[in-house]
Design a protein around this ligand. Structure first.
Ligand SMILES: OC[C@H]1O[C@H](O[C@H]2O[C@H](CO)[C@@H](O)[C@H](O)[C@H]2O)[C@H](O)[C@@H](O)[C@@H]1O
Length: 564
C-alpha cells in the first residue's frame, strides 16, 4: 500500500465530469437538500457539445448567486436528455414467461405466481447502451458496454459490479444463460480497457472497483452450462483482475506471531476528491475538516468505502457516529480476502479445465497461502468468527505490519461470517465438522439473526450498511455457506433464514408492488432505510437471491407464505 496519501494514485477527471459537478452544485444551491439526488446531475446525457453547453450555463441569470428554478429547469431541458435515456430497454432474447424446469420445488401456487412475477422483472431491468453513446461517447458519463445487461433499478440506472453476481444467480434460476454470459462479457470488456472491473459502468466510477466476484460469476455459469469456451475466454481477464487486487495499492504484508509473512488485500480507491455522484454530500460531510490533506484523506476513505460495496457502515469508522472517522484503507477486510481466496481457487480450477496446469498449480499455491492468511490474521478462536484486522501504526507507513491480537475488530458484522461461503468449497476447516458447528453457534448467539433475516451489524447508526438493514447478498452468502457445509443442523438454520427472507420480500412486494434494495430485519415485510439516498426498488440482487433461495429450498404446498 502507498506510504501516506501523497504518493497514492489519483485518476484524472474529465472536463465533462467537472462541468457536471458544477451543474450539480448549482442545482443544489437552487433546489436545496430536500429530495435532492446529486447522482441525477452526473447521469444526464448532453444534447450538444460541452463547449456550447458551458457557454449557455455561464449565461444563466444568478440573482444573489443562485440560478432561479425556472431558468435551471429550462436549461436542463434544452441541453440534456433525461438521466438514463442513453441506456435503452432491451428485450432479453432468452426470456420466456415460464421457463421449462423453472423452480421445480416450488409447489405452493401463491409462491409460484409471485416467483414468476419476480422472474418477469428481468425484462424491466434489461438494458443496452443506446447507439448515441457509441457515436458520441464524449457526451455521456455512461460507458459504452458492448452487450445488453441487467441493472439494479431506480437511481442505479447502470450496470454494477458485485450486484451482477446475484442478478446472475437469479438469471440462472430463470434459465437465462445468454443474459448471464452477456453480463460477464461486459465486465470482461471493462478489464480489457481499465485492467479491473469498475464499481459501475460510468466514467465517474473508474477510480475504484467493487467486491471482486467475477470469477464466481464465471464459475456458476460454467457449472450450469458446461461452456468451456466461455471459461477459456474469461481466464486471461481473471488473471489481470487478480493482479489488480494484489498490486501495490491493494496489497499489505502482515507478519503473524509465528513470524510468517502474509500478503493480504484491502480496499483502496484511486481518488481523493468528492465522489462526483455524491459531491454535494461529500463536501458537506467534509466541511468541518480544516486542512486540505485532511479533506483529501477523507475523500479517499469515502471512495474506498464505496469500493467495499458497504457504503457506509460503522464497520469502517473509528467513531461510529462520525463519518469523518472513516478509515477503510487502514482495515484489512475479511470478506475481501475471502473473495480473493475464492478467485484463486476458481482460477486454479478453470486453468486445470483448459489444460493449463502450471497456472493451475500457481493459483492453487496462492489459494493455500491466502487460506493460511485468513486463519492467522482474521480467525478469532474465542469468538469463533473471522474478524476484520485494523492496521494501526505510528507512521502508517510500514513495509510489514506486525499482527497484534487487539487490532482485530471485535464488533459483530455479518461479514464476520462470510468465509463460511468460501470455506465450504475446498478447505480443511470444512472437513473438520466441529468447526462449522462452532461458527454456527457463534452466528446464533451473535445477535445478528432476526425475524426477517440477518442484520448487517449490531449498531444502529443511520448508515445503510448497519442495523437494522438486511441485504440480499449477505443473506445469500451465509445461507449458501451453511447449506453446503455438510452439517445437517447448519443446513436447517440456513433454510430457516431463507424462509424468513423470502417471506419478508413477499410481504413487502404485496404491500408496495416492488422488490427492494434492502429490508429491515426487525419485522417481516418492512423495507430498509438510512444512508445518503432514498430506498430504491427494482431490484437486481434482491430478485436474484429470492429466485436462488426458491430454487435451492423450494416451497411446499402447505407452507404459508404470509408473515408468521
Ligand atoms: O450513489 C451512492 C453510492 O451508490 C452505490 O452504492 C450502493 O448501491 C450499489 C448498487 O446497488 C451497491 O453495489 C452498493 O453496495 C450500495 O452501497 C455505488 O456503488 C457507490 O459507489 C455510490 O457512491
Amino acid at each position: 500500500a502507498p506510504c501516506g496519501d501523497a504518493s497514492a494514485p489519483v485518476k484524472p477527471t474529465t472536463p465533462l465530469l467537472s462541468f457536471l459537478q458544477r451543474l450539480q452544485s448549482a442545482a443544489f444551491a437552487t433546489l436545496g437538500p430536500d429530495g435532492f439526488d446529486p447522482k441525477l446531475y452526473v447521469d444526464v446525457p448532453f444534447k450538444t457539445d460541452l463547449a456550447a453547453t458551458e457557454e449557455a450555463f455561464a449565461r444563466l441569470p444568478r440573482p444573489g448567486g443562485v440560478i432561479p428554478v425556472s431558468n435551471l429547469e429550462r436549461f436542463l431541458g434544452d441541453y440534456f436528455g433525461e438521466a438514463g435515456s442513453d441506456l435503452v430497454h432491451a428485450e432479453p432474447s432468452d426470456f420466456v414467461v415460464e421457463p421449462e424446469g423453472f423452480l421445480p420445488k416450488v409447489e405452493n401456487p401463491k409462491v409460484r405466481a409471485w416467483a414468476l412475477e419476480v422472474h418477469s422483472l428481468w425484462k424491466n431491468l434489461s438494458r443496452r447502451v443506446s447507439d448515441e453513446v457509441r457515436e458520441r461517447p464524449e457526451q455521456h458519463t455512461l460507458l459504452p458496454l458492448p452487450w445488453p445487461g441487467v441493472v439494479p433499478g431506480s437511481r442505479f440506472r447502470e450496470v454494477y459490479y458485485w450486484d451482477s453476481y446475484w442478478s446472475i444467480r437469479g438469471l440462472l434460476a430463470s434459465k437465462m444463460y445468454d443474459t448471464a454470459k452477456s453480463i460477464v462479457n461486459n465486465l470482461i470488456s471493462l478489464i480489457e480497457i481499465y485492467g479491473y472491473v469498475l464499481n459501475g459502468a460510468r466514467t465517474y466510477y473508474s477510480n475504484r472497483s467493487q467486491p471482486p466476484l467475477l470469477s464466481s460469476m464465471v464459475f456458476e455459469i460454467y457449472m450450469r452450462t458446461g461452456d468451456l469456451a466461455f471459461v477459456k475466454k474469461s481466464l486471461p481477464s481473471l488473471l489481470k483482475e487478480h493482479s489488480f487486487w494484489n498490486s501495490d495499492i491493494h496489497k499489505v504484508i502482515i507478519q503473524d506471531l509465528q513470524g510468517c509473512k502474509h500478503s493480504v488485500s484491502h480496499y483502496y480507491a484511486m481518488w481523493n476528491k468528492p465522489r462526483p455522484e455524491s459531491a454535494t454530500i461529500d463536501e458537506e460531510s467534509a466541511s468541518n475538516l480544516t486542512s486540505a490533506s485532511q479533506k483529501e484523506n477523507f475523500y479517499r476513505q469515502v471512495a474506498s468505502t464505496a469500493e467495499s460495496g458497504w457504503d457506509f457502515s460503522s464497520r469502517w469508522m473509528s467513531n461510529s457516529s462520525d463519518l469523518t472517522t472513516l478509515a477503510t484503507t487502514s482495515i484489512i477486510p475479511v470478506d475481501l480476502n475471502a473473495f480473493i481466496y475464492k478467485m484463486e481457487l476458481d482460477i486454479a480450477f478453470f486453468a486445470k479445465l483448459i489444460g493449463d496446469n502450471s497456472t493451475s498449480e500457481k493459483f492453487l499455491a496462492a489459494s493455500k497461502a491466502r487460506q493460511a492468511a485468513i486463519r492467522s490474521i482474521f480467525w478469532n478462536s474465542e469468538m469463533e468468527q473471522w474478524l476484520d484486522y485494523w492496521l494501526i501504526s505510528k507512521s502508517n507507513c510500514e513495509e510489514v505490519y506486525q499482527w497484534e491480537a487487539h487490532y482485530q475488530n471485535r464488533n459483530i458484522f455479518a461479514s464476520n461470517f462470510i468465509p463460511l461461503w468460501i470455506e465450504t468449497y475446498n478447505t480443511d476447516l470444512c472437513k473438520d465438522g466441529t468447526m462449522v458447528e462452532k461458527v454456527l453457534k457463534s452466528l446464533q448467539s451473535s445477535g445478528l439473526l432476526h425475524v426477517a433475516g440477518i442484520a448487517t451489524s449490531l449498531s444502529n447508526t443511520g448508515e445503510q450498511w448497519d442495523f437494522p438493514n438486511g441485504w440480499a447478498p449477505l443473506q445469500h452468502m451465509i445461507v449458501e455457506g451453511l447449506t453446503k457445509s455438510g452439517s445437517k443442523e447448519a443446513k436447517s438454520v440456513a433454510e430457516d433464514i431463507a424462509i424468513r427472507w423470502i417471506r419478508t420480500n413477499y410481504a413487502a412486494y404485496m404491500k408496495t408492488g416492488a422488490m427492494h434494495e434492502k429490508y429491515d430485519v426487525e419485522a417481516c415485510g418492512k423495507i430498509g432505510g438510512g444512508g445518503e439516498y432514498k430506498p430504491q426498488t427494482g431490484f437486481g440482487w434482491s430478485n436474484g437471491v429470492v429466485l436462488a433461495f426458491l430454487e435451492e429450498f423450494g416451497w411446499p404446498r402447505d407452507r404459508e407464505i404470509e408473515c408468521q
